[in-house]
Design a protein around this ligand. Sequence first.
Ligand SMILES: *Cc1c(COP(=O)(O)O)cnc(C)c1O
Length: 357
Amino acid sequence: MIYVTKTFLPPQEEYQNILTRVWETAWLTNRGVLVLELEEKLKNYLKVPNILAMANGTLPLQIAIKALNITGEIITTPFSYVATTSSISWEGCTPVFVDIDPKYLTIDETKIEAAITLKTEAILATHVFGNPCAVEAIEVIAKKHNLKVIYDAAHCFGVAYKGKSLLSYGDVSTCSFHATKLFHTGEGGAIVANDETLYDALFSHHNFGHKGNEAFQGIGINGKMSELQAAMGLAVFPYINDIFKERESIVQRYNAVLENLDIQILAIREGTHWNNSYYPIIFKDIAQLDRVQEALNSEEIYPRRYFYPSLNTLDYVGKQSCPISESVASRVLCLPLYVGLGTLDQDKIIDTILSNL
Ligand SMILES: *Cc1c(COP(=O)(O)O)cnc(C)c1O
């Protein structure tokens, strides 16, 4: 069986050695030494001013909306994982969808201004597949209209844009360390803020609003990462450069064949040091996708339709039309891409695609 991804697991003894530290202190959560150590490592590696480890990659989105006091409309992308949209609705805000750029698959910055109303308070966009949004243009629009910018950076571990971490753009960026992501802690996530006051507010929100043991400053929730999660992160971390290297060679092997065909592959925005996080291909039509998917499935290869359906078609967001996103979402398939995908298996995937186009 070949799935779209396979979680990278470090040698079990290495995880156990780190867990020994948990057993010695019997300290399992509330920002113990392992969470603090993981945050320090990630901060240095990702070159960000701060990073707050959290329980998953969805709570940071919700907490960001909360900490920025957003209650009205949020302009967002229809082409992402459902958590991007559900977080907006869950926080009682209204998602307003702006269609995507057909080349880069990120929100189409040229269509944002037309969607701004008196109720618009923020832009929440996804650097989908680790491909940066048009961050400079979005910054100009946000400044002009006094909007906050939140980036769902769940796919962006290690991505740099114009020489800076992609996480350093916008007011807040959120990360996911879910088991299916490039760097993981089983379940987990993090948030990065570019302003210390905002960081303090995010911190407080992720810990029930605690101000010391006996006082509270506003409402909060429990978004804390546990020591067991951090232990997994610390065990995976030493392998991160190997993970990047192997993924890059798999992507190059796909590219060598697939970029010469009459199907669309991901175009990475210029100036990006990409992380080879996903390998989406966009077929000519749904029939072609169905044909290839069926052929792969019959070989026990299971790519995923990331991201389908287009999020503007969710039943809780009201009817909004995004023809480009709907079209891409109906034709996209992400190919298997993970450490340990052997070249024979990869060639089988490629051959099956080639013979069923
Ligand atoms: C994975 C993902 C999330 C959610 O992360 P979890 O850690 O699973 O909560 C949010 N947004 C995008 C784009 C994702 O791919």
